[in-house]
Ligand binder design. Structure first.
Ligand code: NDP
Length: 236
């Protein structure tokens, strides 16, 4: 049994974030999720936050701190796509994807780092994607935002690594969620052919890696990119 921690997951009302929250609850942690709508799984505290808004992030952290104590484990999971070929990609399609996926992670990590530094303990997990390092046509905005998370985790590791804080990236491949349900059928079939495992993953297969990274056994892993992609990215 790993030490019980206060955990905050962004975007925990559905998909991978919801599953990560469930996994931490089962493992006996104090769990909060942010949601713009809906709520996290039973047993999680749900707080409202839009990760593109610094004041909203600050208010959400303050509520979690009041209810559950300082955030010791942060999982930056909230993310969006706005896929289209670069020739057709509007500036706004680029900006809002980067502002949510990369900027949102910056906002929550910055807010969490204060308490982690004080506690001289912290676990930061950034949910990236196989396409961050693999590339993907039609996802220049999304892949850029997800690649940026690698530089973020590694810089945090260099800045805060000596204070008991780790920062890692989990890079899922194709996971059965609303995000992949939205893909056209031909594209889904095409992707499937390129995955050595020959199948998509479940959200819980990602969640188990995240909880392990946040646990006592993973204290010496930092700045790493952990793929959960059935071999698609070949370890990057
Ligand atoms: P979903 O689309 O199912 O869920 C996305 C989550 O992010 C929702 O909770 C959503 O909240 C939240 N969110 C989006 N924008 C904001 C915002 N501005 N502020 C706060 N919350 C926000 O996605 P998945 O579960 O599939 O993906 C989760 C993460 O995993 C993402 O970062 C994604 O890029 C990554 N990923 C997913 C893969 C997949 O195959 N599904 C593969 C690789 C990576 P709301 O419900 O309010 O919209």
């Amino acid at each position: 049994m790993t030490t019980a921690r206060t955990v905050l997951i962004t975007g925990g009302n559905r998909g991978i974030g919801y599953s990560i929250a469930e996994e931490f609850i089962v493992a006996g942690h104090r769990v909060a999720v942010t949601a713009r709508s809906g709520s996290g799984p039973e047993g999680a505290l749900t707080v409202r936050a839009d990760v593109t808004d610094t004041a909203s992030v600050d208010a959400a952290f303050s509520e979690v701190e009041r209810e559950l104590g300082p955030v010791e484990v942060l999982v930056s999971n909230a993310g969006i796509t706005a896929d289209t070929l670069i020739m057709r990609m509007a500036d706004d399609d680029f900006d809002r994807v980067v502002d949510t996926n990369l900027g949102g992670s910056f906002r929550v990590v910055k807010r969490a780092s204060k308490g982690m530094l004080k506690a001289r303990f912290g676990r930061i997990v950034l949910i990236s994607s196989v396409v961050g390092l693999y590339g993907s046509p039609g996802q220049v905005n999304y892949a850029s935002s997800k690649a940026g998370l690698v530089g973020m985790a590694r810089s945090i590791t260099r800045e805060l690594g000596a204070r008991g804080i780790t920062a890692n990236v989990v890079a899922p491949g194709f996971i059965e969620t609303d995000m992949t349900d939205a893909l056209p059928e031909e594209q889904r079939a095409e992707y499937l052919k390129s995955i050595p495992a020959g199948r998509y993953a479940t959200a819980s297969e990602v969640a188990k890696v995240v909880t392990w990274l946040a646990g006592d056994d993973a204290g010496y892993i930092s700045g790493a990119v952990i793929p959960v992609d059935g071999g698609l990215g070949m370890g990057h």
